[in-house]
Design a protein around this ligand. Structure first.
Ligand code: IMP
Ligand code: MG
Length: 182
């Protein structure tokens, strides 16, 4: 497939993504069997494609909701400060909450979200994260369901962006360091 100019290589192709998403869904269907109050909360915007693919493979009853958080902005730098800019519409009290996130980098986003959700009296809070950069993690936060571990590179596609571009590439590609000033 012809890569856009700023994309160096394909890290995970669409076939490998689909296979892993199916495995994750199968595990979730087992683990949440019997749960009557599962709510899947996608973190916008990066998880929208992952959340759509994953939830369509769930056979356990569930509802879908979304939150939006403040991001790094258009650069790869960040402050560790996270802010909720759009909350779920459905209440989380008494629910089995599954957070669906695109990537865990420093971990500050997921750490903030888990603490925030835990303060609302849910039955459980777990996370399903597509990508993890272990070498970058700062916050002590656990991932219960993980897609892939990746090295410290900037990835785009399958929902992930750089400056809000490349989100709809069907594969996960590595951005050329020249494109984000490294
Ligand atoms: P954390 O709080 O540092 O874990 O950051 C998580 C958020 O940073 C993700 O939800 C993404 O929006 C963004 N992010 C971190 N690394 C990448 C990447 O390689 N590509 C695209 N977005 C990224
Ligand atoms: Mg994100």
């Amino acid at each position: 497939m012809l890569l856009p100019d700023d994309v160096e290589l394909t890290l995970i192709d669409s076939t490998a993504i689909a296979a892993r998403v199916a495995e994750l869904a199968a595990t979730l269907n087992d683990d949440y069997e019997g749960s009557e109050n599962l709510i899947v909360v996608g973190v916008l915007k990066g998880s929208f494609i992952f959340a759509a693919d994953l939830t369509r493979l769930l056979t356990v009853p569930h509802q879908v909701d979304f939150v939006a958080l403040s991001s790094y902005g258009d650069s790869a730098e960040h402050s560790g400060l996270v802010r909720l800019i759009m909350d779920t519409r459905l209440p989380l009290t008494g629910r089995d909450v599954l957070i669906v996130e695109d990537i865990l980098d420093t971990g500050h986003t997921l750490d903030y979200l888990k603490r925030n959700f835990l303060s609302r009296g849910p039955k459980s809070v777990r996370s399903c994260v597509l990508l993890h950069k272990p070498s970058r993690q700062e916050a002590h936060v656990s991932i219960e369901y993980l897609g892939f571990e990746i090295p410290d590179v900037w990835v785009v596609g399958y929902g992930l962006d750089y400056a809000d571009r490349y989100r709809t590439l069907p594969y996960i590609g590595v951005l050329k360091p020249s494109a984000y000033g490294r």
